[in-house]
Design a protein around this ligand. Sequence first.
Ligand code: PLP
Length: 444
Amino acid sequence: MTTSMKSHDPALDALWMPFTANKAFKARPRLLVSAKDMHYQSDDGRQILDGTAGLWCVNAGHCRTPIVDAISRAAATLDFAPGFQMGHPASFQLATKLKGLLPAGIDHVFFSNSGSEAVDSALKIALAYHIANGQPQRTRFIGRLRGYHGVGFGGISVGGIEPNKKPFAAQLLPQVDHLPHTHDLAHNAFAKGQPAWGAHLADALEQIVAARGAETIAAVIVEPMAGSTGVLIPPVGYLEKLRALCDTHGILLIFDEVITGFGRLGTPFAAQFFNVTPDMITLAKGVTNAAVPMGAACVQGKIYDTVINATEQGVEFFHGYTYSGHPLAAAAGLATLDLYAAEGTFARAASMAPLWEQAMHSLRDARHVIDVRNLGLVAGIELESRAGRPGTRAYDAFVDCFFNQGVLVRTTGDIIALSPPLIISEAQIDELVAKVRRALEATN
Ligand SMILES: Cc1ncc(COP(=O)(O)O)c(C=O)c1O
């Protein structure tokens, strides 16, 4: 049904909402006005259980006092400091703290304001590194089908989500190939944790290398666990294979950990969970508990040293953002990392993961469900699509969840993704499952 533009509240007119069905939203708005810990409050005064940590980002729960206080102190002390040819202490402190959380060897941090910018920064760093390293012909990027790396031209080019690329196809980066995705219900439906089948899918990199020549390839970028595309868990051995192939061919491996960073899988980063160390990690979201926008491209020392030492005098890398390492974001980041450490947030996620797995798989017999998959505190619940109308069933379930069950879930196509704040209690996990089950029952 198309909604007349006149039927909605004119106060909603001016905003062009991102990744939103604007007409449908404005006809029946879903407005959040405040939040605390595990809950949002809607404009009509209802408590909404947050099943998605906002957008996979509020890992410590909402409006946590130490973070709120740190931001307000920073705003009153140093509102802004230029990051070009100048600095301020908090951004250096946060980089040092992040180095302590990142896998050994990944020890330099380039700040951005979002995941998309982190990805584009990492792609540029890869090119700069190969030039500085005497291999300027390594210009090709390899992404993966169904990958999500934000919305910059770099990110959508290496990404593999068709609707995000199609209108812009004429101007995507020209030298990009894609690995196949790893999602296969025929082999892996209802797998708990990492599916056993599919490591061989990484061998597609060999075919790309054979076709293009290893000496033309700058980097492979993947999400270690694909989130936005509907929770695709890497098969056992898959990431190890990618790492080995990249090593063999001198290709940089980038893990986009915008979702998986900061405890989502029970370790600081997915790299530690899978015990596979990439050359670069992109992060965002949980670095500030999403209270202030921030992202980063984090790199191994060899990359930083090579780029920095290639220039004798002056600026070594012509890239940066006005708000790189912004004082409010840096303050929020420092307070967030302290809070994660004080509360043992990542270890807590790890300890809740078995219970989470059990609860999620109890939805196996819920209406419409054709797959349940899980890892850490993430789950994907895939629904059978309506004939000729893919995506509409999960969307209707999402709307029912919000209005009738009082729970926030996220959908991609006909997949419901759940990724709550890592402070979720056992009782709240049960509540989440019961509410999703009821919404599925109510959805035709
Ligand atoms: C893996 C990954 N990369 C990049 C991004 C883009 O981040 P942002 O929306 O902050 O630009 C996202 C966002 O969900 C993401 O999941």
